[in-house]
Design a protein around this ligand. Structure first.
Ligand code: ADP
Length: 257
């Protein structure tokens, strides 16, 4: 442990070589965790060393999305994160019994997140992704203070009304000094066999959010049965079916980042 600690750089401090990208959304259910898990696997497939912190305290789903039921192992006072699909991960879900909900207050959450950042043996990561809870709550502010040099991707749906809440989430990030990289529109139109496009959640929300935040729209990920099934099965679609249009959009995002 001393050897590990001795060589331990100030993890994720201002001079870190690790790129830190927080994935945020204004509200739940827009596919933020699904995008985070697949983006992590796509980045790892590029040969990068990738870690994920699942900070979505009430909706922690990264372990299930990556088919991981292992827990971190203790080595002295450090934690070694488990690895799945080439991605190292920690989640609040690994520290609660069964499928309990987490009802911790702000200070307890803050300490846990601090531990994820400082007491997990991440090794030399190229990229650390953080799956944020939806909205603008305590965790967003805590992480913004802990990692002010993190960059932020904002996930939204094509619904125009969703652009409002997405904009608020991005504002919190900016207030803590984080740079908003761009917007990812998820659940975009699904191409039908007859060539038409089913716009289940409308259109234009991603462009609208990007325009308001003055950042680029970095990806438009269509609705996809394969993406959803891959999530349910813990087998990310970017690994199992990379030609699926949603998988292809996430792989292209991983290449553009
Ligand atoms: P969030 O993290 O924003 O709460 P999730 O990633 O849990 O959202 O996704 C919510 C639900 O929508 C999940 O059942 C997921 O499988 C599904 N989903 C996400 N993105 C897509 C998509 N592009 N096509 C089809 N289903 C999707």
């Amino acid at each position: 442990v001393e050897r590990l600690r001795g060589s331990r750089p100030a993890q994720f401090g201002p001079d870190t070589l690790t790129r830190i990208i927080a994935i945020a959304s204004g509200k739940g259910g827009v596919g933020k965790s699904t995008v985070t898990a697949n983006l992590a696997v796509a980045l790892a497939a590029r040969g990068l060393a990738v870690g994920v912190i699942d900070a979505d305290v009430h909706g922690y789903s990264i372990p299930a999305l990556l088919g991981c039921d292992a827990k971190p192992t203790r080595v002295g006072d450090m934690m070694m994160p488990p690895e799945a699909h080439g991605v190292r991960l920690v989640s609040i879900g690994m520290f609660v019994d069964g499928n309990r909900s987490v009802s911790w207050r702000g200070p307890m959450l803050h300490r846990t997140l601090q531990q994820f950042v400082t007491d997990v043996w991440w090794g030399d990561l190229d990229v650390l992704l953080i799956d944020m809870p939806p909205g603008t709550g305590d965790v967003a502010i805590s992480l913004g203070q802990m990692l002010p040099h993190a960059q932020v991707l904002v996930v939204t749906t094509p619904q125009r009304a969703a652009a409002d809440v997405a904009e608020r989430a991005a504002e919190v990030a900016r207030q803590t000094g984080q740079q908003v990289l761009g917007v990812v529109e998820n659940m975009a139109g699904l191409a039908q066999p007859d060539g038409s496009i089913l716009e289940l959640f409308g259109a234009g929300g991603g462009d609208e959010a990007a325009r308001r935040l003055d950042v680029p729209l970095l990806a438009r990920i269509p609705l996809s049965v394969a993406l959803r099934e891959g999530g349910d099965e813990g087998a990310p679609v970017v690994a199992t079916e990379p030609t699926d249009p949603a998988a292809a959009a996430i792989i292209a995002l991983a290449e553009a980042l």
